[in-house]
Ligand binder design. Sequence first.
Ligand SMILES: Nc1ncnc2c1ncn2[C@@H]1O[C@H](COP(=O)(O)OP(=O)(O)OP(=O)(O)O)[C@@H](O)[C@H]1O
Ligand SMILES: O=C(CO)[C@H](O)[C@H](O)COP(=O)(O)O
Length: 298
Amino acid sequence: MSDKNPIIAITGSSGAGTSTTSNAFQHIFRTLGVDAAFIEGDCFHRYSRPEMDLAVRKAMEQGKHISYFGPEANDFGALEDFFASYGSNGSGRYRKYLHTFEEAVPYNQLPGTFTPWQELRPNTDLLFYEGLHGGAVTDQHNVAQHVDLLIGMVPIVNLEWIQKIIRDTHDRGHSREAVMSSIVRSMDDYINFITPQFSRTHINFQRVPTVDTSNPFSAKDIPSLDESFVVVRFRGIKHVDFPYYLQMIHGSFMSRVNTLVVPGGKMGLAMELILTPLIENLMKKRANTRGQLDWLGR
Ligand SMILES: Nc1ncnc2c1ncn2[C@@H]1O[C@H](COP(=O)(O)OP(=O)(O)OP(=O)(O)O)[C@@H](O)[C@H]1O
Ligand SMILES: O=C(CO)[C@H](O)[C@H](O)COP(=O)(O)O
């Protein structure tokens, strides 16, 4: 954690919607005039796509499974060091994992490869990470300890699989069978390294569809926001203004003392209402440590 160089992480499984919901954060940053460095967690994968295919095959020959959810395929140490470095002096090295031809062509590279490592631009106001492991903790590494605001993006699992299958087959050039086998192969790591993070988050946004998703493997499309509710669960945040949210978000209700439920179509509004004051607080603390009276007047 760092008052001087705060880190916001949105963490979720593959297909959970972390990239999609980053747009809401971009909007808030723009409104508040915050200059954020954006980082995609996939840059801490250890392997390019062909290397990963090989590593998966080798592991299978030894009766083991490796997946993008676990430490074999991701460098948790490098991610932890990156967060520590940003927290201490606002610097760090990152790269991009290029998933699609659309992403790869501008770099004259192939999909499934990394761009070269490069330094973050200096003097950003905060670091925004979206990816698989913003709240990861293992015996060797503790990524979560460096994060000032940790958000979980967690559709219920059937919906998560539908989102992953449809996105990976339509946009990333994978076959349905390959995606299904990667879901099966990932299950141990999912339980050990992905789900525990959601007990460390400050807020989880869990999308719950109101249409039948009982066979996610036969779904033809992704249930829309209007076909869902979003369960918003708060942990360790002081003075959550539930009456204000209930008043502002039409159709919302409380299901538990720490849990707000909003109609799916209001998810963007809910994110903005809930996250804006939290981000403002991070910026105020940052300004205080730098002796600035008014961070908006930098
Ligand atoms: N709230 C939502 N409503 C409808 N569709 C959504 C929503 N969130 C995500 N999706 C869809 O689900 C798919 C996966 O979303 P996205 O690419 O954001 O996931 P991700 O968490 O970034 O995955 P990865 O880590 O694998 O890149 C995309 O096709 C996206 O359009
Ligand atoms: O989204 C993922 C993890 O978050 C992907 O599974 C991982 O990045 C590998 O990507 P690809 O299958 O496109 O090579």
